[in-house]
Design a protein around this ligand. Sequence first.
Ligand SMILES: *[C@@H]1O[C@H](CO)[C@@H](O)[C@H](O)[C@H]1NC(C)=O
Length: 337
Amino acid sequence: MNCAVILLLTSSCCICSSALYVPNRAASKKLKYLLELPVYAEVAGRRGDNVTLPCILKTKPSHYKVKWTKLEPELLGPENIIMISNAHASKSYGRLGTRASLRNAHAMDASLELSHLELEDGGTYRCELVNGIEDESVDITLGIEGVVFPYQSKNGRYKFTFHEAKQACAEQDGTLATFGQLHRAWTDGLDWCNAGWLRDGTVRYPIIYPRPVCGGELLAGIRIYGPKDKDLDQFDAFCFTSQTSGSVFYILGSFSFEQAARACKHQGAELALVGQLYSAWRFQHYDQCDGGWLKDGSVRFPIRKPRERCGGIPEAGVRSFGFPNKMTHLYGAYCYR
Ligand SMILES: *[C@@H]1O[C@H](CO)[C@@H](O)[C@H](O)[C@H]1NC(C)=O
């Protein structure tokens, strides 16, 4: 059996969080069986969406299987198989389980459908035609549209180990951001002078305006710290979130934290999580010039149209008052329902 694997990786144009996805042009032999992908081999979706990753056969060999895998550089170990199918049947594997299916729209269709996208579904997927002689494959990048937010412990700056950072993002309806997602956020305007953990275990911070207090007058860009110990070193977190199924609303008031929580309950809601407020800011263009309590005990407000009397910062963003004393009767409530 000839085990030559011909890897044909298509190039990716950058629409979404994969701005730094550099395709391996391993070989540029013409594909015999699979249809070359269009110029941009990228599909984008938000959390909760259904997407199709295209893979179309040009010619069918007499015997073949189609194997879909997710290429996950962060995870060492065996390939991450999602789906194996032949002409008659298909079987799904792994974490995606029943959220993955083959589209089978026509006889030559080997496209993969993913339903109810989750935050960690982003990445590169490979459709491989296996016929034992001339296996070939195409790669497609799935980008989750979303928003990156820096997150700091209520105990202050640089208080999270890697695992605590991961936990903190999950508690705010997010996941640790990937480098690609942070890079995308930086190109969209994120300038942040505190270093945070990323999903790959590196520690970085994005700078647009170089200044002495933020690592000196180096070039603008994403700065990286040297290797860090996931169990000992402590930083902030860069979290990533996307669309939510519910919505965020504000209740005007001069509440303590407890009163704010009760005000939301009265409306059949709960105090919003930080990720939910960022999601509303990003996807619903939520703009509210009033500080309000969130579930983690922080006070924030979302600004889409920057104006002098709303913090005075010229960029859009979610502003933070940090974690005020919970007895302070000064703020309204951001609720999520
Ligand atoms: C997504 O797919 C699931 C099952 O495959 C289906 O039930 C749901 O209606 C689809 N959602 C949308 C928005 O198309």
